[in-house]
Design a protein. Structure first.
Length: 224
């Protein structure tokens, strides 16, 4: 690696560190900046600048890493939020499909009567299912509002998305044991209460893992 290329990579490394723990969204931003700097370097070299001078001019035009990182923080935060919102909707759809399977498909397959009165937990599942749907949709809408993220007051959006994410966790933690109980009843089995509680905790924990923006990264860290 030439000295000029090393200087460019050092700049990008510093920028990545200032942006946080470099989740996927941060790496994408750094890669885009690398392409931009390489194009700017090539343009300066075409005008007659040497390799080292071209890189220096490109970096000087872009600005100090600290200032660039601060200006890019809303971009990386929105990308992480968008990733979390997409996963939240996928999680909701999975739970919805499980609910359809437990309360409708299995009884039909077993020629059971579809009487809501004979389906314990159906009403509670409906209410918490609505809560999960509202939470997932709210996360999608908030994460895709470019105008809101482009303003200085974008940080409260992180708190809102985190809040809706936790509501989805709560929804799945309540719905999962009810679905497990319904499936057990449909097949003529009895599900002990500890197993139901364990299923709820597992569903809540799995939802929290899936909805987070990127492996090992929390949205709150993007505020730092």
């Amino acid at each position: 690696m030439s000295q000029a290329s090393a200087g460019l990579e050092e700049y990008l490394d510093e920028l990545g560190k200032r942006l946080g723990r470099r989740p996927e969204a941060v790496r994408d931003v750094v890669d885009e900046l690398r392409d931009h700097l390489l194009e700017a370097t090539d343009a300066h070299r075409a005008r007659g600048a040497g390799a080292g001078g071209a890189v220096e001019r490109a970096l000087r035009e872009l600005g100090p890493a600290a200032e660039v990182a601060e200006s890019l923080r809303p971009v990386t935060a929105q990308r992480c939020a968008r990733s979390a919102a997409t996963r939240a909707m996928l999680v909701y759809l999975i739970v919805f499909d499980l609910g359809f399977f437990a309360f409708l498909l299995v009884p039909v397959m077993r020629s059971a009567t579809l009487d809501p009165a004979s389906m314990p937990g159906l009403e509670l599942c409906e209410w918490f299912g609505r809560l999960g749907l509202v939470s997932a949709i709210a996360m999608l809408v908030l994460s895709r509002s470019h105008r809101a993220w482009s303003r200085r007051g974008w940080r409260p959006l992180i708190g809102l998305i985190l809040g809706f994410g936790w509501l989805l966790v709560l929804s799945n933690a309540v719905v999962a044991p009810l679905l497990l109980e319904r499936l057990a009843l449909a097949f003529g089995l009895w599900l002990p209460l500890p197993w139901m509680l364990a299923g709820g905790l597992a569903a809540g924990f799995a939802t929290a893992l899936l909805v987070r923006p990127a492996p090992g990264v929390r949205l709150r860290q993007l505020e730092q």
